[in-house]
Design a protein around this ligand. Structure first.
Ligand SMILES: [Fe+2]
Length: 190
């Protein structure tokens, strides 16, 4: 289930609140300058495929996103726990960084989480198949899919050179490493 959690930077084990409503998530992220949409995908489109086929399979959605969001290029990140070096990949993603271009992703298989570090708060977005997200340039963020990552995501670019990570050196990402879905974390009773 797509979910957006808000955390204090010094309390990674307990969200201040969690939103599981797509419209509410979209609104909250928009206030942060983050574009978010959930696309309903036909069941036959979702599954294990080789990378070239993934871009072809989702060309109708990608074409629409290119038109509406202005991206010019796309590639595929396809991670399988069984065949990939999951620990090395995770260590690569689990470091706070920024970009000079948007980081836009369209998740088409599995699950994964994005974290945004804004002032003294951390926003965690648990993504499901069909979620599209664009983090604006300059927002410190990181990515995690747990210790058994299984996902396929399409990256959308305006400028591939702008997507190169600038690491902040902050070790905060390791404190928020994913051990389960947001739904498994305790939320304080209002
Ligand atoms: Fe990034």
């Amino acid at each position: 289930m797509t979910a957006l959690g808000l955390f204090a930077v010094d309390r990674p084990s307990q969200p201040l609140r969690v939103n599981r409503d797509i419209a509410g998530i979209t609104d909250e992220l928009a206030k942060l300058g983050v574009r978010f949409e959930h696309l309903s995908l036909a069941a036959h489109k979702v599954g294990d495929r080789d990378s070239p086929d993934i871009l072809e399979t989702f060309e109708p959605e990608l074409g629409e996103l290119r038109d509406r969001w202005g991206y010019r290029a796309a590639d595929v990140i396809d991670v399988h726990t069984v065949t990939d070096d999951a620990a090395t990949l995770r260590a690569t993603f689990l470091r706070e960084h920024t970009h000079t271009d948007d980081e836009a992703r369209f998740l088409v298989r599995g699950t994964s989480s994005f974290f945004l570090h804004i002032s003294d708060e951390v926003w965690r977005l648990d993504c499901e198949i069909g979620d599209v997200l664009a983090i604006p340039a300059g927002i410190p963020h990181w990515f995690d899919a747990g210790d058994r990552p299984e996902f396929t995501t399409i990256r959308l670019f305006t400028d591939p050179a702008g997507w190169i990570a600038a690491y902040t050196g902050d070790t905060i990402a390791s404190l928020f490493a994913v051990t389960g879905a947001l739904a498994t974390l305790p939320v304080p009773v209002a």
